[in-house]
Design a binder for this molecule. Structure first.
Ligand code: SF4
Length: 304
């Protein structure tokens, strides 16, 4: 494994490449990455980098977003079928049809959408800034695509707007059962509960904190609690344990894994750098159209 890691570091320097990794990636990928972060942080970082190659260790919509904000760079994803089942619940045509049916609405698309949906969105958002994004709009009716749990969370925080939900959900967060959370709360009554807004409402209502992966990481770092029940993909434990070696963490349901996020191995990363595969290619029109809602999103600050 050490040889592989050394080769990745060597190739990275030789090719002026930067490795970005989402917090849900496997530990060894996060370890070797130049930048770790949530979708919003990585999108912002990608737009600022002066590297020639960005290797995006995440799922495809994230690499597409990096390409849109950095069209002159070569953007690679080490495994081409690392896709997001939540993103795949919406496509451009079905969003346009829904918009036509609803009439006067603003389309807010979670960054977890494929690039074609972004091209027909008024603004994008991430779980870190969704509430502020919706508040920033003058429109009173919002079509929120595609995560119904995040949209429901936003609706609870922004009472003066009508939020129309798309019927999509993240299979990882959707799987949380309130009984699993109660079991952990009974076992560790002193633990603070921090969950992602993609979690179902019952889980969110029983939490002490609701936020994006970065939000959860900050919450844990600033909390005086010693134990935490966490409601998001278990890759977040890498950063949580690294920053808080004296704290204990329990994931709802004991395991929570996004199989797509875990598809990228060190060997895939090595091959991606070596052979410059798999390149994200988008046409000029798609980039121009998708750039507007993404840039509009980047200008809005985080909820927390
Ligand atoms: S955790 Fe859920 S939303 Fe994130 S990539 Fe996996 S399936 Fe998609």
């Amino acid at each position: 494994m050490e040889t592989l890691k050394n080769e990745i570091i060597r190739l990275k320097k030789e090719k002026n490449a930067v490795i970005l990794a989402h917090y849900y990636q496997m530990d060894e990928i996060q370890e070797i990455a130049d930048i770790r972060g949530d979708s919003l942080a990585l999108a912002i970082e990608a737009s600022k980098l002066d590297a020639e190659i960005i290797v995006f260790c995440g799922v495809k919509f994230m690499a597409e977003t990096a390409k849109v904000v950095s069209p002159n760079k070569k953007v690679l994803i080490p495994v081409i079928d690392a896709t997001c089942p939540l993103a795949d619940t919406a496509d451009k045509e079905s969003v346009l049809n829904k918009k036509k049916e609803l009439g006067d609405v603003a389309v807010v698309s979670y960054v977890n959408t494929n690039v074609d949906v972004k091209t027909v969105s008024d603004i994008c958002c991430t779980s870190a800034n969704a509430v502020n994004v919706v508040k920033s709009l003058k429109e009173k009716r919002i079509l929120f695509v595609p995560d119904r749990n995040l949209g429901d969370y936003v609706a609870g925080e922004v009472k003066d707007k009508e939020i129309i939900l798309w019927n999509g959900a993240c299979p990882v967060h959707e799987a949380y059962d309130i009984e699993q959370l109660y079991d952990l709360k009974n076992k560790y009554p002193d633990a603070a509960v921090a969950v992602h807004p993609e979690s179902p409402r019952a889980i969110r209502e029983a939490a002490d904190f609701i936020g994006s992966t970065s939000g959860i990481i900050n919450f844990v770092g600033n909390s005086s609690s010693k134990r935490f029940i966490i409601g998001t993909e278990e890759g977040i434990l890498f950063e949580l344990k690294r920053n808080n070696p004296d704290k204990e963490f329990y994931i709802i349901g004991s395991r929570s894994v996004c199989t797509n996020m875990k598809k990228i191995t060190l060997n895939d990363l090595y091959l991606s750098l070596k052979e410059e595969r798999f390149e994200i290619k988008l046409d000029k029109k798609t980039i121009e159209e998708a750039k507007k809602p993404i840039e509009r999103m980047i200008s809005i600050k985080r909820n927390q």
